[in-house]
Design a protein around this ligand. Structure first.
Ligand code: CP
Length: 329
């Protein structure tokens, strides 16, 4: 019997393969109940705090809707409306919130911040994205892959672009734990950090997973079941990076050639938001400055039948609901 009560989710590294699969099963159960209109309010009377030091659409909405479905009240705190970091330390904030709330979500900068929050809060803390990891995103991605391919073990995932970011880090850990193949496909300077890659390779030796680094985009994509990418300048990184990132990463754009190299079975995945057209102010600015109408993925691929990006977005809510229910009940 898997028991996660009282646990924090700071990185998937802290969770066993069995515990990750349990969360995915629970998320599937919650999704089925939601689709059937079955209400449950399993955490009735509990309260959670949502700390967002960076902007969000999916993660915030997923936590708020999941909390409401579970019968909980949520309080949203952003830097402008709280003392966090400016007038009050993380340790003090954690001890205050831990006296009032049953669980705390944190989105922000260094991984050390969410870890400090968890150390002092005395209640479960969930990482809603740090510079290093995005574990709730990876859980939603695993759920989506399993829904579409019917399995996880042996699935080949190729991640193109900046493969040293929070989402790619969490996916590499997830793939290592679940016996999947993870290919980081990027210029060498964008490969994942050595320390994390070594840890993942050690886990992979036990699970039958494979962790590969590849600089040729078509070789990296060849035969992949999942082609994954993310924006080239992450939340919190400065706008000055666009020029260098576009020059370095344009050869790793997910386009029709990349999907063809993968094969007709391949899914396209992206954690969103995405710059696939001129529908955003940043997209239009990049077009005016660099003359490209899409960045990490072309609109053709984004809108193709292979694209399951909105399933991923929906599954953020079901997986986050599973995490909260499992750690609070
Ligand atoms: N994927 C993701 O974390 O989306 P938001 O930034 O909108 O929360």
């Amino acid at each position: 019997m898997t028991d996660l009560k009282g646990r924090s989710l700071l990185t998937l590294m802290d969770f066993s393969s069995e515990e990750i699969l349990y969360l995915l099963d629970e998320a599937a159960r919650f999704k089925a109940m939601k689709k059937s209109g079955i209400t449950h309010r399993l955490c009735e009377g509990k309260n959670i705090a949502l700390i967002f030091e960076k902007t969000s659409t999916r993660t915030r909405c997923a936590f708020e809707v999941a909390a409401a479905d579970l019968g909980m009240h949520s309080t949203f705190l952003d830097p402008a409306s709280s003392q966090l970091g400016k007038k009050e330390s993380i340790a003090d904030t954690a001890r205050v919130l831990g006296r009032m709330y049953d669980g705390i979500e944190y989105r922000g900068f260094g991984q050390d911040r969410v870890e400090e929050l968890a150390r002092f809060a005395g209640v479960p803390v969930w990482n809603g994205l740090t510079d290093d990891f995005h574990p709730t995103q990876a859980l939603a991605d695993l759920m989506t892959i399993r829904e579409h391919l019917g399995r996880l073990e042996g699935v080949k995932l190729a991640y193109l672009g900046d493969t040293d970011g929070n989402t790619s880090n969490s996916l590499m850990v997830a793939c290592a734990k679940l016996g999947m193949s993870f290919t980081a496909c990027a210029p060498e300077k964008y490969f994942p950090g050595r320390e994390l890659a070594d840890k993942c390779r050690a886990i992979a030796a036990q699970t039958g997973a494979e962790i590969r680094f590849e600089s040729d985009p078509l070789c990296g994509a060849k035969g992949a079941d999942v082609i994954y990418t993310d924006v080239w300048v992450a939340l919190g990184e400065p706008d000055e990076l666009w020029k260098e990132r576009i020059e370095d990463l344009l050869p790793y754009q997910v386009n029709a050639r990349v999907m063809e190299a993968a094969g007709p079975q391949a899914l396209f995945m992206h954690c969103l938001p995405s710059f696939h057209d001129l529908g955003t102010s940043i997209g239009r600015d990049i077009y005016e400055r660099f003359g490209i109408d899409a960045m990490e993925v072309t609109d053709e691929v984004f809108e193709s039948p292979a694209s399951v990006v909105f399933d991923e977005a929906e599954n953020r809510m079901h997986t986050i609901k599973a995490i909260m229910a499992a750690t609070l009940r």
